[in-house]
Design a protein around this ligand. Structure first.
Ligand code: GDP
Ligand code: MG
Ligand code: ZN
Length: 310
């Protein structure tokens, strides 16, 4: 029998078989993914084979992962924790306030998702709270990301505004929901599918709780077809291994100019005849995005090289 892991607690796993039944399972034997030092052998989203031994269902095999995302393990610096695997797309839930999602956070998320080749939609939630200044700020940010090649969707989970555009995208897909604690991920899921009833929190409470609790990702089946993966308490994605020279490839608007700089190894910092700097000057690449590029390059150069494989 084959199925998908929808919940993992570390000691047991909940698996949904392809015919729609749910099983509580344990692992048989050792699962080590070659080259990946992870604290968890099996993650939500994994396609697995099951067998019945006595009264117990056992996971006997993991099928190859199409993709996966990680974060650094809290305790063991060299190890990673696999958050989820085999996703079709990600929704990054963003709020301008309570809590504020920073551009830096968004851009890091986007870079990571580009590196994993997971399409991202930027979902701005809590638009019911906007005053005219928020609206103006929203429009500026949305324009910046639209020009960079990302689709922006604005919703209110609370008022159930514009949720149809999300459900259309989610149908028959596996969607990762990500974003800071308190942005409304659980509220959104509950609003999208009334069969689901995820726990929601007050923002201040979520803030305090989010700091120390290690909560696990969980996959939910949508009544209209498809699955979502909720990632409570996950602040950001771990970074894949990449060279500094690859970073520009993970900014779609910079990737579009690949090979156009005078020097083939241009890092787009202060080299002459740099197509990317020219594009920033010409207003074709947003200076804020370019700033993010420089910041990530500066801050995370070492980190990029560290995380995925050893
Ligand atoms: N005003 C407003 N509040 C919202 C909206 N969506 C969620 N919230 C509130 O934000 C808080 C955190 O929501 P929750 O779903 O627990 O966030 P999560 O941590 O991302 O799962 C709760 O108090 C929600 O009622 C929205 O669209 N508008
Ligand atoms: Mg939640
Ligand atoms: Zn350049």
């Amino acid at each position: 029998m084959q199925g998908v892991v929808v919940k993992s607690t570390g000691s047991w796993y909940r698996v949904r078989s392809h015919d729609g039944n749910y099983f509580k399972c344990r692992i048989k034997g050792k699962f080590r993914i070659q080259g990946l030092k992870s604290t968890n052998p099996i993650s939500v989203g994994d396609q697995v084979k099951l067998s019945l031994e006595g009264e117990d269902y056992l996971i006997t095999e993991i099928l190859d992962r199409r993709n996966y995302i990680i974060r650094k393990s809290v305790n063991l610096s060299k190890q990673v924790h696999i958050i989820a695997s085999n996703m079709d797309q990600a929704f990054l839930i963003i709020t301008l306030a309570s809590p504020a999602t920073t551009i830096g956070f968004i851009d890091r998320f986007l870079v990571t998702a580009e590196a994993y080749q997971i399409p991202v939609y930027l979902v701005f939630n809590k638009i019911d709270l906007y005053d005219e200044f928020d609206r103006e700020y929203h429009d500026q940010i949305a324009e910046m990301y639209t020009n960079a090649g990302y689709k922006c969707i604005e919703v209110s989970a609370l008022n159930q505004q514009n949720l149809k555009s999300l459900t259309e995208l989610m149908k028959d897909k596996v969607t990762l929901l990500s974003g800071h604690s308190g942005v409304g991920k659980s509220t959104l899921v509950n609003a999208i599918d009334s069969n689901l009833n995820l726990e929601t929190q007050q923002v201040s409470e979520a803030h305090q709780k989010g700091m120390h609790t290690t909560t696990f990702a969980e996959m939910f089946e949508l009544a209209f077809g498809g699955f979502i993966i909720d990632t409570p308490g996950i602040k950001g994605l771990g970074l894949v291994e990449m060279e500094d020279s690859e970073l520009a490839d993970y900014f779609p608007e910079m990737r579009a100019l690949k090979g156009k700089c005078k020097f083939h190894n241009c890092m787009h910092i202060n080299e002459p005849k740099c197509a990317i700097k020219d594009a920033v000057e010409a207003g074709l690449i947003h200076p804020v995005r370019y700033d993010s590029y420089l910041t990530i390059l500066e801050d995370d150069g070492g980190q990029y090289r560290e995380s995925k494989y050893h």
